[in-house]
Write a protein that binds this ligand. Structure first.
Ligand code: BES
Ligand code: ZN
Ligand code: ZN
Length: 491
């Protein structure tokens, strides 16, 4: 993807589509709105009197070969009220606008900046929106619209800007959104294409591509470590488990790293506590946390973040067979704690227990895990925000700030000690389910057991892994990639 900064006149921009936001409260007394109206011989004033256009966010009109300008298409996008046009709105506006012309023969897109948001941040968000819209999970359609679509983006502004800062922001937007699309592509891969060994290969290739140290443990190495909780989940599948370790180094290799941990269940049938068919349909997405961590590590390397960052991915397939773990089994986790497995469908916390304990050997300054962990979190927060749990307020604040920059919404949920009692087992140190109520919380309490004192945040992304049914975009969202990168960049 080629990205450039264009400080010429907007009407001279040579492109296949020129995107211009128009506000509900534009007054058409000078400025680009009235200039545009003049060039279009009053078409805008006329359009504004119809029901077809109010300038509300989501309103879109495409004009082919607009008069008085070099662009092949003009895309007018309603941007709502000027005062509410923030970073998230810029990203969403471009996503919608570009999505609207998907399938057209379109290579060069230009965006005219009108926001009052700081120019570099606006530029980053705009590029992110455009690149995210170029892909929507249709790779397996013979007539995919994502192929050969948009390969050049221009950011148009006629205000004085710090060129260098703006170019860096455009590049940052490119890296983050391409990483997000990488995660989305992987999550969208079905279970018959991606299994734990394949995920390991993807990690190796990504590592070579962008300069990460990658190590992939097989089952014998995991046996040796004592990762019995993880291996117990993998036992029902013909596909062997993998434990993927990705390392990015800052200048000081001795500094405590940020450790990112992602749940990598390449398919979750529930195991012997088998899921009903409707709940199983979408369970290829149960590796979304893993893919987010892998993609975030890629972007961290590409951005050259000056900080040590380690990615850990426990990867398994949760299946049924004569070798599968049984409800009632007791396993000894890597930490030494014994777990009574009462429900084999609560498998994510078992593989994360071993990964979180493993994380501690790096002496991390902070651990963040991300997982499609519980249906209960979807019940609590729906598809708009992911749940986040933290044992440390400062760690939570830094993650929250990162999410405010990425536009990926989080909501903090509690970790009160009272919930821990629900996980007491009469015969082992802990059981893997806490009963019907507060399921997202008891899952987080279970994980907390394996991090001890290390500052830690757990993101339950079960509700936000995929775009909701009515959304214009389809398939995986790539949630978490940009937040983890903003956190790692620590700006
Ligand atoms: N992978 C699921 C959680 C999930 C649900 C992800 C919906 C995405 C959408 C997880 O492994 C699971 O099955 N959790 C159980 C836990 C229960 C058995 C305690 C759940 O939420 O029902
Ligand atoms: Zn499950
Ligand atoms: Zn699962």
């Amino acid at each position: 993807m080629k990205i450039q900064l264009d400080q010429g006149r907007w009407n001279e921009a040579q492109c296949d589509a020129l995107v211009i936001p128009l506000f509900e409260d534009d007054d058409y007394q000078g400025g680009i709105a009235s200039d545009l109206d003049d060039r279009l011989e009053g078409l805008l004033s006329e359009l504004r009197t119809t029901e077809e256009w109010k300038g509300k966010s989501g309103d879109i009109t495409v004009i082919y070969r607009p008069r008085g300008m070099a662009a092949r298409r003009l895309i007018l996008v309603g941007a709502g009220k000027r005062a509410e046009f923030d970073l998230a709105a810029i990203r969403d506006l471009l996503m919608e606008a570009v999505h609207q012309v998907k399938g057209y023969d379109l290579k060069r897109v230009a965006f005219y900046r009108r926001s009052r948001v700081d120019a570099p941040l606006a530029a980053q968000a705009a590029v992110e929106g455009i690149i995210l819209a170029t892909y929507d999970g249709d790779d397996y359609k013979t007539e995919s619209k994502s192929k050969n679509f948009v390969d050049e983006i221009s950011f148009l502004t006629n205000e004085p800007v710090d060129r260098e800062a703006l170019l860096a922001a455009l590049e940052r937007g490119r890296i983050l959104s391409e990483a997000t699309n990488f995660a989305r592509r992987l999550v969208n891969e079905p279970g018959n294409h991606i299994n734990p060994p394949r995920l390991g290969e993807e990690a190796r290739t990504a590592g070579e591509r962008c300069g990460l140290d990658v190590e992939v443990l097989g089952e014998p190495e995991m046996e040796e470590e004592g990762m019995q909780a993880l291996l117990a989940v993998a036992r029902g599948s013909d596909e062997p488990a993998r434990f993927i370790i990705l390392k990015h180094w800052g200048e000081d290799r001795e500094a405590p790293p940020l450790v990112l941990v992602g749940k990598g269940v390449t398919f979750d049938s529930g195991g012997l506590s088998l899921k009903p068919p409707e709940s199983m349909e979408d369970m290829k997405v149960d590796k979304a946390g893993a893919c987010a961590v892998l993609a975030a590590m890629q972007a961290t390397a590409q951005l050259g973040v000056n900080r040590n960052v380690i990615g850990l991915i426990p990867a398994v397939e949760n299946m049924v067979s004569g070798r599968a773990q049984r409800p009632g089994d007791i396993v000894r986790s890597l930490s030494g704690k014994t777990i009574e497995v009462l429900n084999t469908d609560a498998e994510g916390r078992l593989i994360l227990a071993d990964a979180l304990h493993y994380a501690k050997r790096f002496n991390p300054c902070m651990i963040v895990d991300i997982a499609t962990l519980t249906g209960a979190c979807v019940v609590a927060l729906g598809h708009h925000r992911a749940g986040v749990f933290a044992n440390d307020d400062e760690a939570f604040q830094s993650l929250l700030q990162a999410s405010e920059r990425s536009g990926e919404k989080l909501w903090r949920l509690p970790l009160d000690k009272e919930y821990r009692k629900l996980l007491d087992s009469p015969i082992a140190d802990i059981k893997n389910v806490g009963g019907r109520w507060g399921g997202a919380v008891t899952a987080a309490k279970f994980l907390e057991e394996f991090v001890d004192e290390t500052p830690w945040c757990h993101i339950d992304m079960a509700g936000v892994d995929s775009f909701p049914e009515k959304s214009i975009m389809k398939g995986a969202t790539g949630f978490g990639v940009r937040t983890m990168d903003e956190l790692a960049s620590g700006r």
